[in-house]
Design a binder for this molecule. Structure first.
Ligand code: ADP
Ligand code: MG
Length: 696
């Protein structure tokens, strides 16, 4: 290549600032093919040159590479295809703000890789053999469309071919396409993330997988769209990557100023901090203090641990909300997505091909190549994934979720794509029961269509029942109406110039639904705690957790007693206690943290793991649906119906006789009716008329 305008300057710059790196490159070339230049070094060396790079990258980058390739090395090697990658470029532009003025400029964009195609060779210089005269014509391939020569370049021949492409004399580069999407934390609640396609070549290809958070520096280009009728006048944007920076630290994007840090420390010293945090989660939703406390613990999270045997123990706390419709489950999920420093919302029944986990797809991005696309749990890596309507999840997602929740990875092996993506996120699920309403005599797992093994991976499960209760209903009604009232006043004040509502009126009305801690500061508080606080559990706290756990296990010791809890719950206890300490920004998890934890676990277990008949804890209720005493009772009822039926023609057993015999077995009328209803539902019992039943 001819010497560019800046070659000499770059030679001087590289020798002065990057001599070590160049020597290293000389040794490793061609396995390593790039040196990485920090933009601020170039700025320090020559401001004008740095500005030129931003304005005219298509001239400056080749010049920099030219300079690098021409530098004399102390060893016998030529760096013919070496690259210069520039990082930390100051021109960072949000994907949604890219405009035509940015075209052909050197810019940086930030986001998350949503899709990545397979790596495939791309021809950049094609050699054509003229079949008439055997002359070879080279044509550089710069566009997406393959460019063939019209005429033979030989002066003697000059015919229009035919030509044959010579693969061994053409030049190929590895190439890959990525799609980068705006990171969830940079989106204002609820806006759809936008994305940008990225072309990566040569030594940059093949290193990025979906879910990775990146800053990509490169030249913004456009490609003309082609319609069926021909070329369109609008162009699509593509960033041609020069370098990729990976961001792997948690919440680095949230900048906390010294004043904000002071405010956070101040908040943490308030003895009422737990209350304040609970009151800052979904304040427009009335009640549910225990659930909001659990959600607070989920936000702050336990400490993830790397053990010497290479295993990683998750710190993330998974929470599941099950219950009747219309009781603000979805609302709570949406609020959590806004509050979590990194929140992603998804629905179990979403139609997107990647679903919740990941998928290999063939789409436009890859021009027919296979593309790996990340789903919600990958996009929520190091954050919270809120998944609504989990009962409507696809079966592929269900099976992938086992791995995602425990190992926090998602493996894909399809169509030649084999990848393991990271999904280190806390899952907040919501599920509606199959028959619309929750049936406390049937297992949760069955009602929400979720395998018991998957359910047992949640640290906390809450069942929300919509039972009418006059005082509570009144309070909820008042709360909802006052929220609306405050909203009405505020809207009127904004839109009607003649409105008599004052800002004071609005403020005082809003108070009921105002979060105690401003969401912006809360998000930073959480990020600060997760980044800086790593509690260790005190001996007393240990003992308390062990006592609690052993107490629950003990209930399962008798011959006929159910097995109450498993070791999974013990791990949940540890995570919750650590998180509780983090809320105070304390590096010690104390007995108080342990007590708070056991209280919450107790209130969760009470809802899901209690045999409705005996009041004893029983994990079978959760997993198989019927507790031991229930199974026993159903057996007794069956026997009664069988004996009563055998006394009558056609096995038709009169209900009053059944109720009388059930009474003798300590099953009261109401319960007997429920059991009969349940047996009918599963098809074990027929009811030929109002007064009789018959076993099937
Ligand atoms: P679900 O997902 O449980 O079916 P939604 O989240 O869609 O329910 O809630 C239905 C509506 O009822 C929402 O507008 C919600 O604000 C309101 N709502 C239900 N319970 C409460 C409550 N306790 N406090 C305030 N609003 C509530
Ligand atoms: Mg809902």
């Amino acid at each position: 290549m001819a010497d560019g305008k800046w070659d000499e300057k770059f030679k001087a710059f590289l020798k002065q600032y990057y001599w070590e790196e160049i020597l290293h490159l000389g040794n490793e070339y061609p396995e390593q093919r790039s040196i990485i230049v920090d933009f601020s070094d170039l700025e320090m060396f020559d401001r004008e040159l740095a500005d030129e790079l931003l304005e005219h990258p298509d001239e400056v980058i080749p010049s920099a590479e030219n300079a690098l390739q021409q530098i004399d090395l102390p060893i016998e090697k030529t760096l013919n295809d070496a690259h210069v990658q520039f990082i930390k470029v100051p021109n960072k532009i949000p994907i949604r703000d890219l405009r035509s003025k940015n075209l052909l400029k050197f810019i940086a964009i930030e986001g998350m890789i949503r899709k990545a195609t397979e790596v495939r060779p791309k021809i950049i210089d094609a050699a054509f053999l003229c079949m008439r005269c055997e002359n070879i014509t080279h044509r550089p391939q710069t566009e997406n469309k393959f460019d063939e020569p019209k005429f033979c370049e030989s002066e003697i021949c000059g015919k229009s071919g035919p030509f044959k492409i010579l693969i061994d004399q053409s030049t190929f580069l590895d190439s890959q396409k990525l799609q980068v999407q705006e990171s969830p934390e940079n989106l204002k609640g609820g806006t759809q993330p936008q994305s940008l396609d990225i072309d990566v070549d040569d030594d940059l290809a093949g290193y990025s997988s979906p879910g990775a958070r990146v800053v990509i520096n490169g030249v913004l280009r456009s490609h003309q769209r082609t319609l069926r009728e021909g070329k369109s006048t609008t162009y699509d944007l593509v960033l041609h990557a020069n370098s990729i920076e990976y961001i792997d630290t948690e919440f680095d994007e949230l900048e906390i100023s010294p004043e904000e840090e002071e405010e956070i420390l101040e908040l943490s010293r308030d003895p009422e901090i737990y209350n304040h945090i609970i009151k800052s989660i979904a304040p427009s939703i009335y009640g549910y203090e225990d659930i909001k406390e659990a959600l607070a613990l989920q936000l702050f999270s336990g400490v993830p641990k790397n053990l010497p045997d290479g295993t990683r123990v998750r710190g993330d706390i998974h929470v599941l909300l099950v219950g009747d419709p219309g009781i603000a489950k979805s609302q709570m999920l949406r609020y959590m997505v806004k509050l979590a420093p990194r929140g992603v919302f998804a629905s179990g029944k979403s139609a997107s091909s990647s679903g919740l986990t990941a998928a290999a797809v063939k789409d436009d991005l890859g021009d027919g190549r296979w593309t790996l696309e990340a789903g919600a749990l990958v996009m929520a890596d190091m954050g919270v994934a809120a998944v609504d309507e989990m009962d409507k999840m696809r079966s592929e997602d269900k099976s992938a979720l086992h791995e995602a929740m425990e190992q926090q990875t998602i493996s894909v092996a399809k169509a030649g794509i084999i990848a393991t993506l990271k999904s280190r996120c806390a899952l907040l699920g919501a599920a509606n029961p199959k028959y619309g309403r929750f049936d406390r005599y049937e297992g949760i797992a069955q009602q929400i269509n979720m395998p018991p093994a998957l359910m047992s991976r949640f640290d906390l499960i809450f069942v929300l029942l919509d039972t009418p209760d006059e005082t509570k209903d009144m309070k909820i009604a008042q709360h909802i109406l006052s929220a609306h009232h405050a909203g009405e006043m505020s809207e009127q004040r904004i839109h009607l110039p003649t409105s008599k509502v004052t800002q004071n009126d609005v403020d005082s009305r809003m108070e009921v639904i105002l979060p105690k801690i401003d969401p912006d500061i809360m998000r930073k508080y959480i990020a600060y705690a997760r980044k800086n606080v790593f509690p260790i559990m005190e001996k007393e706290a240990h003992e308390h957790l062990i006592d609690f756990y052993m107490g629950l296990r003990k209930m399962g010791e008798g011959k006929d007693a159910p097995v109450p809890v498993t070791a999974r719950q013990l791990e949940a206890l540890v995570r919750l206690s650590e998180s509780s300490a983090r809320i105070r920004l304390s590096n010690v998890a104390t007995i108080d943290d342990a007590r708070r934890t056991t209280q919450i676990v107790h209130s969760s277990l009470k809802q899901v793991g209690v045999d409705p008949d005996t009041g004893a804890f029983d994990v079978d209720v959760l997993t198989s649906g019927t507790s031991k005493s229930q199974r026993d009772k159903i057996k007794i009822m069956k026997d009664i119906i069988r004996t009563v039926g055998s006394r009558h023609s056609g096995g038709k057993a009169p209900l009053d006789e059944i109720y009388a015999e059930a009474e003798a077995e300590q099953i009261d009328r109401g319960h007997a009716e429920e059991l009969i209803a349940k047996m009918r539902k599963v098809g074990e019992l027929l009811k030929p008329d109002n007064a009789h039943v018959r076993l099937v």
